[in-house]
Design a protein around this ligand. Structure first.
Ligand SMILES: [Zn+2]
Length: 577
């Protein structure tokens, strides 16, 4: 089995991370597949910044599959984390659920069983479209079924070791002294603001009453919240006594027989790495700081669980441009589903794989989308030539297909996005109408389906992301005043153009004509190279056409515009009848 890549092959960050994951697997001495992991808490809409958390391990797992190495992408849903606060727009009565796990909070939008399901479902569906093949586990199920019971007992037995590691970082904290609750909350808020990360950054100090640090926090038997304080623990009987500050319940749970709580976050993460045999797990850059749950976890997994810290790298933030135009989000950051309405799955993948993980980037849903499609199409052409295989082509290959999903959906007949969106813009027409027009523009095809998934994305982008001021508004009738005032030269241009626009129009012929009319009026042939005078005339002629057709100084390319309008409509607007 080729466990690494031959030197002659292009190499990128995915190649190197896959090598690291394999090395970790060998060092850990664990049998079974290499495990690349991601983890996220379904606390809110999972946006394009969070998508990086899923895609980084996905690309690494896919690279290992390509090499024939047994591998799994393990995605961990941190759905047993506590519901922290009621976001704006949600019924304030949800305040009663603060402290309960996301899987125990009802869905305020009433479309799913729980808060957790409400936010899981859309991203799972987007990931499916993106060809991401992962094994999902729920921390709620893991904890409640007792799968982690031995690990919980292990952490509790080693609570003093865990505490002393955590204490090192506690004393290093500078600045104003905050209570652990506040500090934890602040860190999590900051992480959320930056990456939408939802890591519970508590370190268990608040779980402890008089007995000091305790790495396990019960959910109250009476009210289901984690607003509990451990009052005693018996290492022999494994009875843990606690009080709940919200409902005032006093009770016990037995760690050897019951599953009514979870490890505090800083112990939960390393436990999971060891238990699930994780070889590679990246983290948002905000986690890569001293004292963060991630760095502390790395230390704990080795000292307490005797398992080598997983290979990792920090990844940068993903920002957005043109977001205010996203119709589906109410001021929230766009999600994978939002992006997939405009970008083909392969292109969305490409945005994430072509950058170094540390590099932050923005996804622009404005005019940049057109350039992005052009660039992608150019790369696709380059990728067909084996002699040109390089790192860019490698990124293309990783984006365009996966080992398990095969080639991601792509149009059978590739029409430039620029053309599709211009035609959609000018005609505001149906898919069938657009399909008919682009067929005459040098892209013959048999059915609308052959233009998908690109056509509907071009239509959605044009309708929802191109601001009204940039949209093309075709005149409803001729500008008679302007037509009356035409100079004789302008009249000559228009009549030559209309003479040429007879019968079936095709793009090449119309292009030649539009550029050629000013040549003809200067006694030149259509194919002659333009002189400086002709170039000046062309400019003027084009401006005139835009004015008469769409009442603007510029617009879509004129040949595209003319074909989209059809010769009859053009003739009427130019005063030809
Ligand atoms: Zn309670």
């Amino acid at each position: 089995m080729p466990r690494s890549t031959p030197q002659s092959e292009p190499q990128d960050w995915v190649t190197r991370a896959a090598d690291d994951a394999v090395r970790h697997h060998e060092r850990s001495g664990v049998s079974g597949p290499v495990t690349c992991s991601s983890g996220i808490s379904p606390s809110g809409p999972i946006h394009l910044g969070n998508l990086r958390e899923f895609l980084m391990p996905h690309f690494v797992a896919d690279e290992l599959r390509r090499r024939g190495v047994p591998v799994r992408h393990l995605h961990v849903w941190d759905d047993y984390d506590r519901f922290r606060r009621v976001p704006a727009g949600v019924d304030p009565s949800w305040e009663q659920h603060v402290g309960r796990p996301y899987t125990a909070v009802p869905d305020p939008w009433q479309c799913h069983a729980t808060w957790s399901d409400h936010f899981k479902e859309p991203i799972v569906s987007a990931l499916h479209q993106l060809g991401v093949d992962m094994e999902e586990i729920s921390q709620t199920e893991r904890y409640r079924s007792g799968v982690y019971r031995e690990e919980v007992l292990h952490a509790v037995r080693h609570r003093h070791d865990i505490d002393s590691v955590l204490a090192k970082y506690r004393t290093k904290k500078t600045g104003p002294v905050a209570t652990p609750e506040e500090a934890g909350d602040h860190a999590a808020q900051e992480a959320e603001a930056l990456a939408g990360s939802v890591a519970n950054d508590d370190d268990g100090q608040d779980a402890a009453g008089d007995i000091g640090f305790f790495p396990f926090k019960p959910f109250c038997r009476d009210c289901g919240r984690d607003t509990t304080t451990v009052t005693s623990y018996d290492d022999e009987t494994k009875d843990l006594a606690y009080t709940c500050s919200v409902c005032d319940y006093h009770g016990t749970t037995n760690l050897g027989t019951e599953n009514q709580g979870k490890l505090v976050w800083k112990a939960d993460w390393p436990m999971r790495w060891a238990f699930e045999r994780v070889d590679f797990e990246p983290a948002g850059m905000d986690h890569a700081t001293p004292g963060s749950s991630f760095t502390v976890g790395h230390e704990l997994v080795e000292s307490v669980w005797n398992y080598p810290r997983p290979a990792w790298f920090g990844y940068g933030f993903v920002g957005f441009a043109g977001v205010q135009k996203m119709s589906s989000s109410t001021g929230a950051a766009p999600t994978g589903a939002d992006a997939l309405r405009v970008l083909e799955p392969g292109i969305l993948r490409w945005l994430y794989v072509r950058r170094q993980p540390r590099q932050p980037f923005d996804i622009d849903f404005g005019p940049e989308v057109v350039r992005l499609y052009d660039e992608w199409d150019a790369l696709a052409r380059k990728a067909t030539d084996p002699a040109k295989r390089d790192v860019q082509v490698l990124a293309y290959e990783r984006a365009a297909s996966t080992q398990t999903a095969g080639r991601l959906p792509t149009a059978e007949v590739v029409v430039p996005f620029r053309m599709l969106s211009s035609v959609a813009d000018v005609t505001a027409g149906s898919a069938e109408q657009i399909s008919r027009l682009v067929a005459t523009m040098g892209h013959p095809h048999d059915s609308v389906e052959q233009l998908e998934p690109r056509l509907s994305r071009a239509m959605a982008w044009t309708a929802e992301f191109v601001p009204a001021s940039e949209r093309t508004t075709v005149r409803t009738g001729p500008d008679l005043v302007a037509i009356q005032a035409l100079s004789s030269r302008e009249q000559a241009w228009l009549s030559l153009l209309l003479q040429g626009l007879q019968g079936e129009l095709d793009l090449e012929q119309v292009t030649k004509l539009v550029y050629g009319v000013p040549k003809l009026t200067r006694g030149m042939a259509l194919d002659d190279a333009p002189t400086e005078e002709v170039k000046a005339d062309q400019k003027e002629f084009f401006r005139l056409l835009y004015h008469l057709l769409v009442d603007a100084d510029r617009g879509p390319r004129l040949p595209t515009l003319i074909i989209a309008l059809g010769s009859e409509r053009v003739r009427r607007l130019l005063g030809g009848d």
